[in-house]
Design a protein around this ligand. Structure first.
Ligand code: FUB
Length: 327
């Protein structure tokens, strides 16, 4: 399947339907001399573009709205504008983005605009109490917004084992708690304030449960444990939390009855693609469901030069996500 966007390298697509069109908020990958490492230093992105399309037909044009935010626009950022997301509420559009602050610690920022394609004006400080990477915002049917976030290794989630917002530099780099019976670190969630610019509640850890035991998935269950790339969508009244398993390169999902979980592991949405990372979003458009993701086929396998793709997904009669249309 060819990439959706070919004029620049793009990754980590967060897709939303705004004003009847699909808007895509991806990372903008760029060339670098930084060598591949497990800390992700080679993902050295410096700005964001926004894309939109009227149709997900493979032949339909995709508009690049150009640069909507860059490192120099955000006073607290030092480098690495990683996977963003966007949200709409009460007439405003919000662009959420993780980046390293001047101390090298990942925080999550917000920028506000009047249009889905920007421009966006960044708040001068990151969201208070934010940390790690990969923000995914979900606005529930009652209008309450939630932010899911977190990512291991270079994403620094393992640095917060002493409680929220206490950064432990000892755990920096490609390592995470392990050992027999050790629970996997969970993604995080917090409600957002009505103005969408701060956390309204304490950050909570989310539990992903193994269906066979009803217990939290363990840290050495690499095929199913959370690594990064959180996404939330709702289908038939159920909350679907989906994520990347990181070093095993799957996209997986888990289902729950509340935006806070717990979520019970449901299966895989995408098998490994070309490239180390895998990241995604799921959105309904014109009555069909779509998985946006990325791979490295366009760059012939260069890990930090990725391209956004899209494919249709389906639900079976039990609400399981399937990649082929059920009979
Ligand atoms: O694009 C940089 C990082 O790679 C993202 O934040 C992760 O989800 C992974 O895709």
């Amino acid at each position: 399947m060819p990439p959706l966007i070919t004029n620049i390298y793009t990754a980590d697509p967060s897709a939303h339907v705004f004003e009847g069109k699909v808007y895509i908020y991806p990372s903008h990958d760029r060339e670098t001399d930084i060598q591949f490492n497990d800390n992700g230093d080679q993902y050295d992105m410096a700005d964001y573009h926004v894309f939109s399309t009227d149709s997900l037909d493979p032949a339909a044009p995709v508009t690049d709205h150009g640069v909507v935010l860059k490192t120099e626009d955000v006073p607290w950022v030092s480098k690495q504008l990683w996977a963003p997301d966007a949200a709409y509420k009460d007439g405003k559009y919000y662009l959420y983005f993780p980046a390293r602050d001047k101390q090298g610690i990942f925080r999550i920022g917000v920028a506000v605009g009047d249009r889905p394609e920007g421009p966006f004006q960044a708040d001068p400080e990151p969201i208070r109490g934010s940390y790690s990477i990969d923000p995914a915002t979900f606005v529930d049917d009652d209008g309450q917004a939630y932010m899911y976030f977190g990512g291991l290794w270079g994403g620094q989630l393992q640095c917060y084992q002493r409680g929220n917002d206490v950064f432990d530099a000892e755990w920096q780099g490609p390592k995470e708690p392990s050992g027999q019976g050790v629970r996997a670190l969970g993604p995080r969630v917090a409600k957002l304030t009505d103005d969408m610019r701060q956390f309204a509640t304490e950050v909570q850890e989310i539990q992903i449960l193994a269906p066979e035991t009803g217990e939290p998935i363990l840290a050495d269950d690499h095929d199913r444990r959370f690594f990064e790339a959180a996404w939330m969508h709702k289908y038939n009244g159920k909350y679907y939390f989906s994520y990347s398993t990181g070093d095993t390169h799957y996209l997986a999902y888990a289902v729950g009855d509340s935006p806070y979980g717990p979520f019970t592991y449901g299966g895989r949405i995408l098998e490994p693609v070309l490239g180390w990372t895998t990241h995604h979003s799921i959105v309904e458009f014109k009555g069909r469901w779509w998985l946006f993701h990325h791979d490295c086929e366009l760059s012939n396998g260069i890990d930090h030069l990725r391209s956004v793709k899209v494919k249709e997904i389906f639900y079976d009669k039990d609400g399981k996500i399937v990649t082929e249309k059920p009979e």
